[in-house]
Design a protein around this ligand. Sequence first.
Ligand SMILES: O=C(O)CC1=CCC(=O)O1
Length: 96
Amino acid sequence: MLFKVEMDVKVPLDYDVDHFADLKRKELERFQELQKVGTWRHIWRVVGLYSNISIFDVTSSSELHDVLISLPLYPFMEVRVTALCRHPSSIHDDDR
Ligand SMILES: O=C(O)CC1=CCC(=O)O1
């Protein structure tokens, strides 16, 4: 199952810089793991914002929920999820 996930990262201005750098390093590690196994299929930066638009490939909405709340930066994110399904005109086999 494919989902579009929009993530806005919102960091309080007075948050400890070193602690946040550590969370970003952990987020990168988790992101790379999920990308390697194909769960986090695509990511784009939203120009001018600390936001991304991503495509996740998971077996269920529960799996997506568990993945999202496991992200180190999750406590600082506003997340919007959109379920996707194959377009009947698509020529691609892997977009379902
Ligand atoms: O930078 C972001 O948008 C948050 C994030 C997602 C994966 C990652 O490494 O950082």
